[in-house]
Design a protein around this ligand. Structure first.
Ligand code: FEO
Length: 388
């Protein structure tokens, strides 16, 4: 049975792979699976833009084969070396050994380091154009969106931006375009993707958005999820907000609890914020994956983190979240550390140190012993009212 390609425009097709069962993408819970989008341009030069993860290479080859003989591929564009996009290169080159790979200077280094092969690689830089015949591709380097090698390819004749990781979402579906799939889910997954993959590189995203704003774009074809052809202004506006660290006047309370006392403090903090008219999302780490918590963090101004003291430190679930969040490096937030303790009581200090390392402005901490009584819980409200 042949797998079908999907037409984007005349002689331009999606030929990627659908990873229906993927639930973990380097620690990120991908509850909707994902796609690895590769695109085939049929012109004087048969051109493949990116490939798919190695284990879906047969799917890619079958989709290409319904359109052209894969051995006829002339050009391969490697916008990004990470193996979800380059993993099928060895199989494609086996079929089309004459093909030339076009990639960024860092891309060339990355391909050599990953595959140690004698492939025909040609380095391209920002502003360079490659003619495919009637159509062409202009390259724009976008380092660190997501790796140092990243670049995007723009086809001026069709006004399509092949954006690789940028603007992606981890969604597996038969639908290929944003107007065929519920927009609220696509935007939520784009937000989760930004929060868990792109967030550390906000500055670079801003720069890339500035360069892209010079281009006339009718379609953004990313390397994961749905292709944007209808809601471009919406996703571009969201990227502008996320890369500019724009938050909403809302907060998230992230915590774990041992005997329920830190949970009581968490609920009092929730009430205190809500009484100030600030919405709060409660995220108990026993029931929420850290990658889903990050989707809240991306738009929240107040990040409250709580743990009881365990063995002079914090609970492993909270430690895992803090390590993850610090790596993703959200900026311009206000942090609040809280927790209960029995005797030594180090947890709140440990949390505060990480929030400080994240560069957050700190709100006065809440640290209560054993089972907090009503009067100490009520004091939290006053404290928060004064310090936010
Ligand atoms: Fe989808 Fe950075 O790879």
């Amino acid at each position: 049975m042949k797998m079908n390609p999907i037409k984007l425009r005349e002689n331009i097709y999606w030929v990627g792979g659908i990873d229906w069962n993927l639930r973990d993408f380097h620690g990120y819970l991908t509850q909707r699976g994902t796609t690895y989008n590769a695109y085939l341009v049929i012109d004087d030069k048969i051109t493949l833009i990116d490939t798919v993860r190695e284990y879906l290479s047969q799917e890619l080859i079958e989709r290409i084969s319904t359109l052209v003989d894969p051995s006829k591929i002339d050009y391969i564009i490697t916008n990004h070396v990470e193996m979800d996009h380059s993993g099928s290169l060895p199989k494609i080159i086996e079929l089309a050994p004459q093909a030339t790979i076009f990639t960024s200077p860092q891309g060339e280094k990355g391909l050599n380091a990953h595959y140690k092969n004698d492939w025909n690689i040609e380095v391209v830089k920002s502003g360079e154009t490659l003619s495919l015949g009637k159509k062409s591709l202009q390259f724009l380097q976008t380092p660190l969106v997501h790796w140092p090698d990243n670049m995007v390819s723009y086809m001026p004749e069709e006004k399509i931006l092949f954006s690789n990781d940028a603007f992606g979402q981890h969604i597996s579906s038969s639908e290929r375009f944003d107007d065929q799939y519920p927009l609220d889910i696509t935007l939520e997954e784009a937000k989760k993707y930004y929060a868990n993959i792109v967030l550390p590189y906000g500055k670079q995203v801003k720069k890339a958005l500035e360069s892209a704003s010079q281009l006339e774009i009718e379609m953004i074809a990313p390397s994961h999820g749905l292709i944007w052809r209808k809601n471009l202004p919406t996703i571009l506006e969201e990227y502008k907000k996320w890369s500019g660290n724009e938050t909403e006047e809302k907060g998230v309370v992230v915590f774990d609890t041992m005997w329920g006392s830190t949970g009581k403090i968490a609920r009092s903090i929730q009430k205190a914020f809500e009484n100030q008219g600030i919405k709060i999302a409660m995220r108990n780490l026993k029931y929420n994956h850290i990658s889903d918590v990050m989707t809240e963090v991306i738009t929240s101004k107040y990040i409250c983190v709580g743990s009881p003291t365990l063995n002079n430190g914090i609970l492993p679930s909270v430690s895992s979240f803090l390590t993850y969040m610090k790596g993703l490096s959200p900026k311009e937030r206000k942090g609040l550390a809280f927790g209960s303790y029995g005797w030594s009581g180090e947890s709140v200090g440990v949390i505060e140190e990480v929030l400080r390392d994240c560069g957050f402005d700190l709100i006065e901490q809440v640290r209560l012993q054993y089972i907090p009584d009503d009067s100490s819980l009520n004091e939290i409200e006053e404290k928060i009212k004064e310090s936010i």
